[in-house]
Write a protein that binds this ligand. Sequence first.
Ligand code: MN
Length: 256
Amino acid sequence: MRILLSNDDGIEAAGLRALEEAAAPFGEVFVVAPATEQSAKSHSFTMHEPLRVNAHGHNRWSVTGTPADAVYLALHGILPVRPDLVISGINRGSNLGTDVLYSGTVAAAREAASNDVPAVAVSLHVPDGAEVLHWATAQLAVAQILARYPARPLPLGEVLNVNVPNVPAAEVRGWRTAALARRRYAVMVQEQRDPRGRRYYWIGGPHDRFDGEPDSDGPLCLAGFVTLTPMSLDTTAHASLPAARALGLEDTCFTS
Ligand code: MN
């Protein structure tokens, strides 16, 4: 099995090294990752400046762009072969619920899925102030997925999103398949002044709560389960197609 690894924390990230170790026994591993941290860059593509690729030892490359850039270039320019599977991570911090809209980790997997390559995103839930990161727990989750998932992948174009609680492996309560929650963060806008007196801002507050069902991914991961969520590229709200039609616009003459 040929496995492409990427992430959004950058080529030097501890979580990527942990992922490389976990994947190595399962096949030939390639790494194409952003040169620098790209967390919360979502699925952005670099189209107005050049991308540079640098080699970092055997089968390892960095790309001076986003996670989506890295996977796109890996699949269509860097790798000598098409991978059988792409794994993105292990992210430092969970990607639970609506985090997936902002996540570069998930976007790297989504870019692979967009190219019809089976894709998994793996993230370690790191609560604020956590002093120990249990990468080994996430590595065990990766190994369990690699032992089973390639034989029974999701349909092409879908992504498996995995979140691992930050506890020793012996304290994990098990696996749960779960829908995405809605994650709420405290609103934070801090206004500062630069040395020339001009305003600048820092945005983005700490985790507040999860809304949605108690058996959705956020509450379950916080309760100590490894969560598994299948995600589709299709973000259509199919149940609301009738509501959109009920606007009646289809029945109007466009120019009148
Ligand atoms: Mn990240």
